[in-house]
Design a protein around this ligand. Structure first.
Ligand SMILES: Nc1ncnc2c1ncn2[C@@H]1O[C@H](COP(=O)(O)OP(=O)(O)OP(=O)(O)O)[C@@H](O)[C@H]1O
Length: 311
């Protein structure tokens, strides 16, 4: 359910480490209940953005609000409403899975109210993330994927209204990945606002209501996966198999109908159509980042930046 209340807002956020500018005047508004995926090449500033929104870093300039408060100054009651799944952490290795969740849960006990049952009961949460059979295992005996599920459980134990996840599905097998996608969809139905990073475009397409692309510290696109896919890489691919040789050839074309009409009317006996493939989100994303690298200023013109993000 999406309401018009703004959960996350950034205005003119700039971040420099020494004289290296990592974020350059980033503007952002995320309404409550939206699932937003933050994409960008390595070093684009995704983790830095998330860490600023979580309150772990202060920006060099600009304003940030999450649930109406400045994350760097917000009180404990605010922190209890925000969940964080970091890229990785290695503490508590000798603890057992359920013990860790139970201790984490006690932190949230004072912050429950009639609207939100806080914390999420650890047994239910273990079941939801698929860790019930590993509840008594030591954390350093978990596989990488089980460990990732535990990271996610720790981020969720306070039933956050806003959830930040930094590459949550890295290291998960396809089944684990799908479980997490279903979990995120369920949380979104409960009006949880979700901001996550990933390098997996297929994942972004499945989970995102909206995608943000960062490159060179600037937001270069902000739109739905469909809009981004359609705005870039206009070419489709037609694959043909030659009947005699069995060879498959690939033909990029902006107009597959015209191309196929010509091929089939002139040499229809010699080829069969194997596939017509539209541009993928990955094609579009790579095109977008390549153009940004080349200094083209196109996304704003193409309507791919939300009003608040356009400068
Ligand atoms: N504490 C720090 N001190 C100095 N430079 C830093 C620090 N943290 C990050 N950086 C630099 O800031 C830039 C952005 O880093 P960040 O981790 O935000 O990128 P990212 O988009 O999350 O990358 P990745 O996809 O590789 O995780 C990088 O060039 C990185 O080297």
């Amino acid at each position: 359910m999406i309401t018009e209340q703004t959960a996350i807002r950034a205005r003119g956020v700039t971040m420099a480490y020494g004289d290296k500018v990592v974020l350059d005047d980033v503007h952002l508004e995320i309404p409550q209940g939206q699932v937003v995926v933050l994409l960008g090449p390595n070093g684009a500033g995704k983790t830095t953005t998330i860490e600023i929104l979580e309150g772990f870093r202060r920006p060099s300039s600009g304003q940030v609000e999450v649930l109406g408060q400045d994350p760097a100054r917000a009180p404990e009651a605010w922190r209890a409403r925000v969940g964080v799944v970091l890229q990785s952490w290695r503490d508590n290795a000798t603890w057992r899975v359920k013990d860790l969740l139970e201790v984490a849960a006690t932190y949230y006990e004072p912050y429950g109210d009639e609207r939100t049952e806080r914390p999420w009961p650890p047994d239910q949460l273990l079941d939801r993330v698929g860790l019930t059979e590993h509840a008594r295992k030591r954390i350093d005996k978990l596989s990488g994927g089980q460990r990732r599920r535990l990271d996610i459980a720790v981020g969720l134990v306070g039933r956050p209204e806003v959830l930040f996840l930094d590459e949550p599905t890295t290291g998960l097998d396809p089944g684990g990945r799908r479980d997490i996608h279903h979990l995120l969809a369920d949380l979104s139905d409960l009006s949880t606002t979700i901001l996550m990073t990933t390098h997996d475009l297929a994942e972004a397409e499945v989970v995102a209501d909206r995608m943000l692309v960062l490159a060179g510290g600037r937001l270069i696109a902000d739109d739905s996966p469909d809009a981004l896919r359609l705005a870039f890489s206009a070419n489709k691919e037609v694959r043909l198999r030659h009947r005699q040789s069995g060879e498959v050839s690939v033909h990029p074309t902006p107009d597959p109908t015209a191309y196929l009409t010509e091929v089939l009317t002139t040499g229809s006996g010699e080829v069969e159509v194997v596939e017509v493939r539209g541009a993928t989100l990955e094609d579009a994303y790579l095109d977008l980042v390549r153009r940004a690298d080349a200094g083209e200023d196109f996304a704003e013109a193409a309507g791919l930046l939300a009003e608040g993000a356009a400068r």
